[in-house]
Design a protein around this ligand. Structure first.
Ligand code: CUK
Ligand code: CUA
Length: 638
């Protein structure tokens, strides 16, 4: 076996075959994983030649699937493809960025909450109306990109992301890699956590962070003890908010269990305070465990108030719905101000990080269902280091937690933490320095039942001295860490400067997505305009221009309108060739619509300035690209 090329399909098959021959030993190694399907670990890029040499090397096959860093692909040759898509949120830029792994090359940006001119996002009628209906804000704070799953695995349909600023949730269509829906969540100011209820993405949850009066109508401004926050259950197909649950205390991050019953949210400010010092005065705060079927029953039975057009169920501690033997929300006392929470791939535990406390709390989900005192479900509390924020998984029984204050990622053993005494450091296997001050970290397919176990990205808030200086605003640093070798430990492989401010990511195997190469006109409502459909119609001061575009012209060389006309352009790019984009840019009218092959967009504006305007194509589409332009002639009104 001499092939060394990772992207060669036959070598992948060989790897899989080699992999499965070792299946038996590995399922015995740890009862926890005996029922978990074998991870496709090797497909992540170990070369066939390397596999051959590994057979003679005891160190590599000795541990749990360990593969030495030397034997995996860490860079991607020119023209070759990555193994994974990584969806990183762009924080207060409002967008999602798509990276390839392991190259860490940025492949695409997807505007979500902000307008973006290269895509004409927020410039054509459809997307500008979508942004307008979602509140008309010009920015958002995108934190948690989560990809839809079926049967606890990525299904390639959608990604969702919250707007922490304005209380919204957006959906990204993963066929076209574009935002196709945004819902402005009633009763929430600041939707922070976002995630799916698994196994099949029945709901997308938005976790309300900022406590406000409910309703927030100016009647009762200064009574913080009556402020409240909610979680919202959103139907992923309709993006309709189905119900909300209001609770005590702030909420922060959230994650759904793998079996469709539990949803967990961390929180701070159980004090119900308004200042920082008051908010962190208590030594404990809550993890709230929402019992979703019990909530659905309450909604079904009419046990709710309709607020902001949504059924809102009372999940506060004193609620009668929490008095029964099946409370809708269970409040667990964990160490002060827990931040991240994530459910382990096997669905056994929810792990909440301490943030202001050096421990994490391991919550046993099965125990939670039966325990009289929900605190009995807290079965582990390892001491990890200073400022633990978020936890990811490799599927081999290890957890990886960012330590914001220590600037480290700590790898620890989940079952060892359950067995160890409280605040023990024994479960800690290893720490690696990152640069600097990590927020989230994410491992490949960590949010599924079957993580890949090879790559992890640490999303570091500060880069300080790692890159050429670019002024007082520094880039952040997304570091790629190899976690596939349990013997050698974690290896820092790459620094990647990033623009403010990635908070979280989801990493999806490339073969699980199937993006379209050109548009299918059936998928949008605008009328497809072929060359024979070119038409200009006028009626009562309204002009409708229908025209096609193709190399190197638009359907009309001149379009004449009268000052004051309301003008609508419906424009189709009739090209069939992938990657051949045009656009319609109209200077001084603030118009730019992107037109990918077979795409139609519509834009409406008022022609209020007489003159000559060169409408041109902004994508460099051919040698005659610069000549691809037409005139908009706006005649003065009489
Ligand atoms: S939060 Cu930003 S680092 Cu929105 Cu998940 Cu923790
Ligand atoms: Cu079409 Cu440039």
């Amino acid at each position: 076996m001499t092939q060394t090329h990772d992207s060669d399909d036959s070598s992948l098959e060989t790897n899989r075959a080699t992999d499965s021959t070792t299946d038996d030993d590995s399922s015995e190694r740890d009862p926890l994983f005996a029922r978990i399907p074998r991870r496709d670990f090797m497909k992540a890029g170990a070369a066939t030649g390397a596999m051959a040499s590994m057979a003679g090397c005891t160190g590599l096959l000795g541990g749990d699937d360990s593969v030495s860093l030397e034997d995996v692909k860490t860079s991607v040759e020119p023209g070759e493809h990555d193994d994974y898509y990584a969806f990183l949120s762009g924080g207060h830029t409002g967008e999602i960025r798509v990276y390839g792994l392991p190259s860490m090359r940025q492949l695409m940006r997807i505007p979500v909450f902000q307008t973006e001119s290269a895509r004409g996002y927020g410039y054509d009628d459809r997307t500008s109306e979508m942004l307008e209906e979602a509140g008309g804000y010009t920015w958002g704070d995108a934190h948690h990109p989560r990809v839809s799953q079926t049967d606890n695995d990525y299904d390639g349909r959608w990604a969702f992301v919250n707007d922490k600023a304005n209380g919204r949730m957006a959906r990204i269509d993963l066929e076209y890699f574009e935002t196709d829906a945004i819902v402005d969540i009633p009763n929430q100011q600041g939707t922070h956590g976002a995630c799916c209820l698994l196994p099949d993405t029945k709901y997308v949850f938005g976790v309300g962070e900022f406590r406000v009066p409910m309703p927030n109508d100016g009647q009762d401004l200064d009574d913080p003890s009556n402020y409240t926050s909610t979680i919202a259950a959103i139907d992923p197909e309709t993006m309709n908010v189905e119900w909300e649950v209001l609770v005590d205390g702030n909420m922060d991050n959230g994650d759904g269990g793998k079996e469709g019953r539990w949803f967990f949210a961390t929180g701070y400010n159980s004090e119900h305070a308004t200042t920082e010092s008051e908010m962190s005065s208590s030594d404990t705060d809550w993890v709230k465990a929402f019992d979703v079927p019990a909530i659905e029953e309450a909604v079904e039975a009419g046990d709710y108030d309709e607020i902001g057009g949504v059924p809102v169920v009372d999940g506060t501690r004193d609620s009668s719905l929490n008095e029964s033997d099946r409370p809708i929300v269970r409040y667990l006392d964990v160490s002060k101000s827990p931040h991240g929470v994530s459910v382990t791939p096997d669905g056994k535990y929810a792990i909440a990080s301490g943030k202001l406390d050096p421990t994490a709390s391991v919550i046993d989900i099965e125990t939670l269902a039966d325990a009289d005192d929900p605190n009995d479900a807290i079965v582990g509390r390892p001491r990890l280091g200073m400022g633990p924020l978020h936890t990811a998984y490799d599927g081999r029984g290890h957890a990886y937690t960012t330590l914001f204050i220590d600037s480290q990622v700590v790898k620890w053993d989940i079952e060892a933490a359950v067995e160890a005494s409280e605040e023990s450091e024994d479960p800690v296997i290893e720490k690696v320095d990152v640069h600097y001050n990590p927020g989230h970290l994410i491992a490949a397919e960590s949010y599924t039942a079957d993580p890949q176990g090879d790559w992890l990205i640490s999303l570091n808030k500060l880069s300080k001295d790692r890159f050429l200086p670019v002024g007082p605003m520094h880039p952040e640093n997304d570091q790629l860490i190899y976690i596939g070798d349990d013997e050698e430990g974690m290896s820092l492989v790459k620094d990647t400067p990033s623009y403010a401010e990635p908070h979280d990511a989801s990493i999806v195997s490339a073969e699980k997505l199937d993006p379209a190469k050109v548009y299918d006109p059936e998928d949008y409502d605008e009328e497809f305009i072929s060359p024979e459909d070119n038409d200009i119609s006028r009626e009562n001061g309204r002009v409708h221009v229908k025209m096609h575009s193709q190399r190197n012209q638009f359907g009309f060389t001149d379009v004449t309108v009268t000052e004051g006309d309301e003008v609508t352009f419906t424009v189709t790019n009739v090209e069939q060739t992938a990657d051949l984009l045009h656009s319609l840019a109209i200077p001084e009218y603030d118009v730019n619509i992107k037109l990918a092959p077979q795409e139609t967009r519509e834009v409406t504006f008022t022609a209020d300035e007489p003159g000559v305007y060169w409408m041109y194509c902004a994508f460099f589409c051919s040698a005659l690209h610069l000549e691809m332009r037409s005139r908009l002639l706006v005649e003065p009104a009489e």
